[in-house]
Design a protein around this ligand. Sequence first.
Ligand SMILES: [Zn+2]
Length: 315
Amino acid sequence: MKKIAIGLLAIVVLLVLLALGTLGPAHRQIRRIAPSLPTRSAIDTALSEAAGPVSLVAVNSGSQASSEGGVVTHPAYLLEWSDGRRFLIDAGMEPDEVVAFGRPIELILGSDPAVPHGSVAGQLGKAMAQTVMGMAFTHLHIDHTQGIGALCRSRDARPLRVFQTPYQADDLNHTTRPGLAHIEASGCGRRERLSDATGNGLYPIPGFPGLLAVAGGGHTPGSTIFLARVGEGVWVMGGDVANFMESVTLDRPKEAIYSYLIVPEFGTRLAELRAWLRTFDEADGYRVAISHDLGAAVKRGMVVFEAASPGVRGQ
Ligand SMILES: [Zn+2]
């Protein structure tokens, strides 16, 4: 009996040490990343003359209703230029992955089972998938990256430019390496580094005028915020700075257990990013979208892509 107890204790101690060995360096790494954020005037100047995208829609790969009444969504954002070129921000997940990703959330938080709506590639269809000329990720977590494989399959592996800030390309941790593996195994993703040539915190995306990246950090070292002028307004895509838009507007941090143990986050930086996003949410002409809260984005005017053929969304 005593031997079993000592054995169990040894296993627990070993697990804790293993976790600390991974989490410690990840926490130190993410706390080093807080590049200065671009000013509103720098953004307005960078977006002022560009012949930007003519439309932005969300392609939602899955939804999961939480026990508290909110719905967690897994969208990609699809931008289109007047000549028919398209750009994707994030890839969502394929249906099986949506269900699998939702399972621990069901068990731990008592949420409903996740409902898949079809992969982004499946919803777009092959003809439209071929017109995606570039993509980027708000960050390299699997719920944002897994769908790139289906996208590459549906475009017959035709090369796809994947744009990354240097932080996203170089500063990986145990939570983002699986996402990078999705890009590398995708069969079509070709990674390209963006540069902040003017030093104002904005990373223009070559070949895609009217679309800018900002190095965010906070949630993952490579977390990136995207700004796109669509018509007269600017969409600010904040990724996972928060899980719900209300956390931005009411300035609520994520649960400590999540930020310390599940995903090593930099709380001070996330607070700074929430404040930054709030300035846009409160300003005329800007709209903020948080990845997992598509409902709030829809309230702010986001359009959700509906596949032409009925039934493709899956539910
Ligand atoms: Zn996420």
